[in-house]
Write a protein that binds this ligand. Sequence first.
Ligand SMILES: Nc1nc2c(ncn2[C@@H]2O[C@H](COP(=O)(O)OP(=O)(O)OP(=O)(O)O)[C@@H](O)[C@H]2O)c(=O)[nH]1
Ligand SMILES: [Mg+2]
Length: 190
Amino acid sequence: MVSNSDFSWKIVTGGAGGVGKTTFLFRYLTNQFVANTALTVGVQLHSHTVERNGKKIAMIIWDLGGQDRFRFLQDSYVRGAAAGMICFDISNIGTMLQIKDWVGMYRKSGSPAMPILLVGTKLDIADEEAQKQAEKEATSLVKELDLTGYIATSSRWGKNVEEAINSLIDVLLVHKLGGNGAQGTTSVIN
Ligand SMILES: Nc1nc2c(ncn2[C@@H]2O[C@H](COP(=O)(O)OP(=O)(O)OP(=O)(O)O)[C@@H](O)[C@H]2O)c(=O)[nH]1
Ligand SMILES: [Mg+2]
């Protein structure tokens, strides 16, 4: 329970509509791929506790619906977040166009120094060309916007889903424990 944990963190998940945020979180929480998720209306919360490097971490993960019509709600949901993910669809590079807006919103409504991980989704249906382009653009956004890193994932395959969240946890542990929390455990491309 939250009261027994060493840390209690709010993690927000954003990105364009339909990129696979809900599916990603479902894969993380249940290790299943659900192909028929409904679009997220407003926001959905999940609570999850993990043990990492001997620390018990209670997370509330907020799944922010990506449709533009929910955007007006979302800055209030980002308040108090310890870290955030921004997802885009590797097979639909146009979904990268919103990344800067999401970063701006996180930094303004969350905190200016909040760790933000860029998560590419649907690796399983992206051709090699799209994968290369996504990685190139993501790497330059990571530098330009001072993000934590980029990781390419597939919820269908279950590839890099847990690794993505663990890497954010590791960054937060390093912040909280002053560098002793997570040495050598991060798997994010930076
Ligand atoms: N092939 C493939 N399809 C995926 C993957 N992840 C999600 N999808 C599909 O993409 C569609 C949208 O997924 P959602 O998880 O609902 O997307 P979302 O980002 O939560 O969308 P909003 O709630 O509208 O913001 C669904 O049909 C999913 O099955 C993946 O890793 N691979
Ligand atoms: Mg959703």
